[in-house]
Design a protein around this ligand. Structure first.
Ligand SMILES: *Cc1c(COP(=O)(O)O)cnc(C)c1O
Length: 451
């Protein structure tokens, strides 16, 4: 590796980004001064100061590119959690009704803002449990296999937890996962999924398929799929369509309601910056909101709020997504989610998305300036088909490359066999972060030669 590196200090260049509707040129430059100027002009640059940015032992800030794994902590989170600790200390059980934000209804404080982030109606969204648990609960209701229509389509490189969940659902219903799982694969020699291939799968095997469970943004390549088209393709053969939005929520704008997908779930500790293992989101499309006949598991929290505490009534399931709740939820975790959602609401997904496209565009441009055939971006280059993740494949690389990046304060994610995933998030990453990252990567690839 590395012998084809050239000096990348840094040419000026027009960089063309292909967009479906138009072609526009960003006048990106490969200099620190340019990156810093972009940060100055960035209307969201102040938002970075609202986050704790981890530092190395010499006090230098990390260049943090793993917001797709665990988002950084907003400085406001502590205040939100402290409020609940204080109310618990002072009020005990009375806090359910008397806390500043009564715990009984606390989850409702999250609903509107979460719904806005994923493009849903409030009745379609609830925050509860964790992601994989929610996927199972949703499959209890929406994966209703018959002897002949029981198969499940997933992406060939689906996140392992999703694959395990689907396998276990098949087994639970008495099917063999080997036969029951249909993989939607990229074509030979390619990294990205082609939606026409999904269309063929459904066309030829749709009568045997009960469910599509697809990552809306693929965790490995960062590919953002066309949810509306996936929904239409699935529904054309009466397959239920579910979306895992773990890598989408707070990143892209999935417009869940308009997409027409039946259900979705996502975690809040990635782009939604709500803390390790924090609660998850759940979406059930409005068309199912009033269907009380859907089979589902029950607990006291899917029971009608008005009569919940009478305790002796037969279960009276709530309408909408709230009707999938089981338990009274952990308020401390919800407080962290609330802090983050308030920040998202203040900044707005439109502004975040706009910055996101510029940041990843800059990242892509800088990578293109490294004249090495060892390195390739596997994320789509159309900004409409990706979020704020750039996955870089490095020929013959091993984990030592990732180690060297980390030693240089570049916090990235390594995926075997040869992919570095980097997420410049518009909330707290800067153009300078991106510049430093690519410069460091380039100098490592060139084996220490000055660049
Ligand atoms: C992060 C992630 C998960 C993790 O699931 P948890 O239940 O939150 O542990 C599952 N699926 C996908 C696609 C993910 O990106």
């Amino acid at each position: 590796m590395g012998n084809s590196c050239v000096n990348i200090e840094f040419s000026k260049g027009l960089f063309y980004i292909w967009d479906k509707s138009f072609l526009f040129a960003m006048n990106y430059q490969n200099t620190l001064a340019f990156a810093q100027q972009q940060d100055k002009e960035d209307a969201l640059s102040h938002v970075r100061n609202q986050f704790h940015i981890p530092k190395d032992k010499n006090g230098n800030e990390w260049h943090y590119f793993t917001g797709n794994s665990l988002g950084l902590q907003p400085k406001s989170t502590k205040k939100y959690i402290d409020q609940e600790l204080e109310d618990w200390a002072n009020l005990g059980v009375e806090g359910h009704f008397e806390a500043k934000n009564p715990w009984l209804h606390y989850h409702e404080l999250l609903t509107d803002k979460m719904a806005k982030i994923v493009g849903a109606k409030p009745i379609e969204v609830v925050v509860m449990n964790t992601l994989t648990a929610n996927l199972h609960l949703l499959m209890v209701s929406f994966y209703r296999p018959t002897k002949t229509k029981y198969k499940i389509v997933i992406e060939s490189d689906a996140f392992p937890s999703d694959r395990y969940a689907v396998e276990s659902q098949l087994k639970f219903h008495g099917f063999d996962p080997e036969e029951g799982i249909i993989e939607w694969k990229p074509n030979q020699g390619e990294s990205l999924l082609n939606i026409d291939d999904l269309e063929s799968i459904i066309k030829f095997e749709g009568d045997e398929i009960a469910l599509l469970l697809i990552g809306g943004v693929n965790y490995y390549t960062g590919q953002f799929l066309d949810l509306k088209r996936i929904a239409a393709i699935g529904h054309s053969k009466e397959c239920v369509v579910g979306i895992d939005l773990a890598h989408g929520a707070g990143n892209i704008q999935p417009n869940l309601h308009d997409s027409g997908v039946d259900f979705a779930a996502w975690c809040t500790y990635k782009y939604l910056n709500s803390g390790p293992g924090s609660l998850a989101g759940l979406f059930v499309h409005e068309k199912h909101a009033h269907n009380k006949n859907l089979p589902r598991f029950a607990g006291w929290w899917n029971h009608n709020k008005e009569t919940r505490f009478n305790m002796r009534m037969p279960v009276d399931v709530m309408q909408g997504a709230e009707g999938w709740q089981l338990s009274n939820p952990p308020i401390l975790s919800m407080a962290a989610i609330r802090a983050s959602l308030d920040l998202f609401d203040e900044v707005g997904m439109d502004a975040l998305r706009e910055k996101s496209e510029k940041l990843t565009g800059y990242f892509e441009y800088l990578i293109s300036q490294i004249d090495s055939d060892a390195i390739k971006i596997i994320t789509p280059n159309n900004p409409k088909e990706r979020g704020c993740q750039i996955s870089i494949q490095v020929k013959n690389a091993d984990k030592s490359l990732h180690q060297k990046l980390t030693e240089n304060n570049m916090i990235t994610d390594w995926r075997e066999p040869d992919v570095i995933r980097c997420a410049p998030t518009p909330m707290y990453n800067s153009f300078e972060d991106v510049y430093q990252m690519v410069k460091t990567l380039s100098s490592i690839l060139c084996e220490g030669k000055e660049v």
